[in-house]
Design a protein around this ligand. Structure first.
Ligand SMILES: N[C@@H](CCC(=O)N[C@@H](CS)C(=O)NCC(=O)O)C(=O)O
Length: 211
């Protein structure tokens, strides 16, 4: 895995891209990154050069392409065991909440889309969103500290975009959940991602929900 290439989208908006990017940065896995500005006339053609799904993120390891954020984390975990907890029961829970995040929370995605540069306090709080936030609070309430299962791992990478959504929409958190979100926000790698997002100039109207 000497020459990994991670293809990502706009850092302001691409919640899926953030997951493997953050995991690789925090674990110190060397990689080159290639950013594709999404939803431009040439974007799809370029995406398809890397990923048969035509989406980011995509990890290229020599002749092997791995697409879809959870599959990339699993691919990395085969070589970096620290991404999942060593204990089998904890590993099962970490995988369960990661899969739950991967396939669930449609209302949160729709009404609180990731937008690092913006602040929309109080927006997006439909009853369905509030129910999904309550489920996330329940998951985070079992945080072992400083991250969900102690050291930073794949489950934290999966939930990092939610930490950024809660920042944008100023979702109030208390005690252990606040401490968890703050620990994720304080990661130098996440700070780097946020700085990169601030510097981007593309504005994608479909993700600018409340302007
Ligand atoms: N389930 C996929 C979702 C990937 C996805 O939807 N990526 C979006 C950006 S965040 C994308 O590439 N959209 C570009 C397009 O569909 O043209 C994953 O986990 O990686």
């Amino acid at each position: 895995m000497a020459d990994l290439l991670l293809v990502v989208g706009n850092k302001n908006y691409s919640s899926w891209s953030l997951r493997p990017w953050l995991a690789m940065k925090v674990l110190g896995i060397p990689f080159r990154e290639h950013r594709i500005a999404l939803y431009q006339p040439e974007s799809k053609r370029e995406l398809l050069q890397y990923s048969p799904a035509g989406k980011v993120p995509c990890l290229v390891d020599g002749a092997t392409s791995v697409w879809d954020s959870l599959a990339i984390l699993e691919y990395l975990a085969e070589r970096h065991p620290g991404l999942w907890p060593a204990d089998a029961a904890l590993r099962a829970r970490a995988r369960s909440i990661s899969a739950e995040m991967h396939s669930g929370f449609p209302n949160l995605r729709q009404h609180m889309s990731m937008n690092v540069r913006r602040r929309h306090p109080g927006k997006g709080r439909t009853p369905e969103v509030l129910a999904e936030i309550a489920r996330i609070v329940a998951i985070w309430s079992e945080c072992r500290g400083p991250f969900l299962f102690g050291p930073f791992g794949a489950a934290d990478a999966m939930y990092a975009p939610v930490v950024l959504r809660f920042r944008t929409y100023e979702v109030e958190l208390r005690s252990v959940c606040r401490a968890y979100a703050d620990a994720v926000l304080a990661l130098p790698a996440l700070q780097e991602w946020m700085r990169d997002a601030e510097r981007e100039t593309e504005v994608l109207p479909q993700f600018e929900l409340y302007v």
